[in-house]
Design a protein around this ligand. Structure first.
Ligand code: CMP
Length: 226
């Protein structure tokens, strides 16, 4: 996809005309990350937000035991890093490149005049915050009410919605995550998550491949996620 099209998907630009889009996007810098590279750590000071242009970024937190939990895996057109701008404080998660990545970056100082002068920009950002709170509430409910296979099914559908490609073979989801990372995203041990995946595969709902799954029976997976 063309870079301008990807950037325009970011909530920041929603509702802006071409001229305003050009002006705001021209104040953004570029960042490249190698696979595995950390962009910022949980607890760092931060005054920039980012839009993913190419590749995937994971947002993770460390528990007291040193175990890691993934809040989200983001792909092209998705934005992160805005919490420390709106609620000045330390970064709430560590951002790490899952694959080689290209990002655009916006300084708080360059964003501020837009927030004051263009309600569309503030509205786009509020929309993203509201959507994320909804999603976070769903995640909490699922942790309380759903079993691990249900959460695995849901996580795969969420990845499929963003990274899935329909092929004659099935819905190919090249998520790029290791089994450990998938477990961190679901909030369960690697063993339990692997067991759930193996069970789905044995039922013929999907085929497992390194860093991807091919969903063969979407309807069953959707039903299991409910
Ligand atoms: P910030 O706290 O600046 O740095 C980490 C970023 O992760 C944060 O801003 C958000 O943009 C993003 N983030 C935090 N929590 C979530 C979540 N639950 N889902 C998706 N992204 C999140």
């Amino acid at each position: 996809m063309e870079m301008t099209t990807i950037l325009k998907q970011a909530p920041l630009f929603r509702g802006l005309d071409d001229e305003a889009f050009q002006a705001l996007s021209s104040s953004m810098g570029e960042v490249q990350l190698a696979r595995g590279q950390v962009l910022f750590h949980e607890g760092d000071a931060g005054n920039q937000l980012y839009v993913v242009m190419d590749g995937k970024v994971k947002l993770g937190r460390h528990g007291a035991s040193g175990r890691e939990n993934l809040l989200a895996v983001l792909g092209p057109g998705q934005m992160f890093g805005e919490l420390s701008l709106f609620d000045p404080g330390p970064r709430s998660a560590t951002a790490t490149a899952v694959t080689a990545c290209r990002l655009r970056v916006l300084d708080n100082a360059d964003l501020s005049p837009w927030l004051a002068g263009r309600p569309e920009v503030a509205k786009g950002l509020l929309g993203q915050l509201a959507g994320r709170l909804r999603r976070a509430n769903d995640v909490v409910s699922d942790l309380v009410f759903s079993d691990v296979p249900g959460r695995v099914a849901k996580a795969l559908l969420d990845l499929a919605a963003r990274f899935g490609k329909q092929t004659p073979e099935g819905l190919v989801v090249h998520h790029e995550l290791t089994q450990e990372e998938l477990a961190q995203l679901v909030g369960a041990s690697r063993e339990t998550v692997n067991k759930a995946l193996a069970d789905f595969a044995a039922r013929g709902w999907m085929r497992l491949e390194p860093r991807s799954v091919i969903i063969l029976d979407l309807e069953r997976v959707e039903r299991r996620a409910r």
